[in-house]
Design a protein around this ligand. Structure first.
Ligand code: FES
Length: 312
């Protein structure tokens, strides 16, 4: 994987808990271009790899901008960025990738929930520049917790519907009017799991490929009833203990064993590792059934019983 060294050259607090980071190439080399909806994988100061959507214009960019929320109950990546990626800090990133790209449509509806606004914000600015018809529905708890509020209001005007629910599930936005009759448009949604589930539930009658989701929320990597176990690395004859609250990947990293990873949420396929023996509790969304007795995604999956032997 090609990594790029960047330096944090700006930080802007968008809300109390959301900060926008400006990243500039450390060597002065040109940064690769990207399209709206793209993300970069950032190695946070804690060493964890996290995906963050790019929010600026990706056409020949002088810098990359990402915005992220300090998740106190997260797995530490965002806290590490907020607390330790100060101006002047050098970080390693991977070149932009886009798994949530806008494709040709007559019209677009963009739906964002909370920090899920980041790719939606970039898309709205792109569609605006292109002069394409679109509308944005942006749901947050309150005005104070709404990132990019001023810029979205001023650039989008009546193309923007803002909804604040105060965190009350009974006050969530009623999307039904937009979904009742399938229209000749594409809908892009990014936000927390309950929002995506709601949209999925009410869009089942839409033609395939018209409602597109982006979900960065990690699958549950560790669960309350998880047990510790050991993994033995066949090639290096090393055994590493995986505590109940760490993934195999994290336990390997804690022991100084570097392995490749990207999403760390069981969705990208980067950490696919050959399994020599052991019974796996597969928790990823990548492996096909016929691969499950030969491979394990070490960022999320665990041992069912006993330990595992990996071909590492
Ligand atoms: S790092 Fe992406 S699936 Fe494991």
């Amino acid at each position: 994987m090609n990594s790029i060294a960047v330096t944090v050259t700006g930080r802007r607090q968008l809300t109390e808990h959301i900060c926008e980071f400006t990243l500039t190439s450390s060597s002065g080399a040109k940064l690769p271009s990207f399209t709206a909806g793209a993300h970069i994988t950032v190695q946070t100061p804690s060493g964890a790899m996290r995906r963050y959507s790019l929010v600026n214009n990706g056409n020949d960019p002088a810098v990359y901008k990402i915005a992220l929320k300090r998740e106190v109950n997260g797995r530490g990546g965002s806290m590490s960025m907020h607390d330790h990626a100060l101006e002047g800090t050098e970080l390693k990133i991977e070149a932009p990738e886009n798994t949530f790209a806008l494709t040709e449509a007559k019209e677009y509806l963009l739906i964002a929930g909370g920090i899920g606004v980041t790719p939606i914000y970039a898309m709205s600015q792109h569609l605006l520049r292109e002069g394409k018809p679109f509308h944005v529905i942006y749901c947050t708890r309150s005005e104070a917790e709404t990132a990019f509020l001023d810029e979205m209001k001023s650039t989008l005007g009546d193309k923007l519907t803002l909804h604040h629910d105060g965190g009350d599930p009974d006050r969530i936005y009623d999307f039904w009017d937009h979904f009742e009759d399938p229209k000749d448009m594409k809908i892009y949604c990014c936000g927390p799991q309950p929002l995506l589930e709601e949209i999925e539930a009410i869009s089942g009658h839409w033609p395939e490929g018209r409602v597109i989701f982006e979900d960065f929320k990690p699958v549950e990597v560790v669960r309350a009833d998880d047990k510790p176990f050991d993994v033995t690395l066949r090639k290096s004859s090393v055994t590493v203990h995986v505590p109940e609250d760490r993934s195999i990947l994290e336990a390997l990293r804690d022991s100084g064993i570097a392995t490749v990873s990207s999403c760390e949420s069981g969705t990208c396929g980067t950490c696919k590792t050959r399994l020599v023996s052991g019974e796996v509790d597969h928790r990823d969304m990548v492996l096909m059934d016929e691969e499950k007795d030969r491979y394990v995604m070490i960022c999320v999956s665990r041992a069912k019983e006993g330990g595992l032997v990996l071909d590492l």
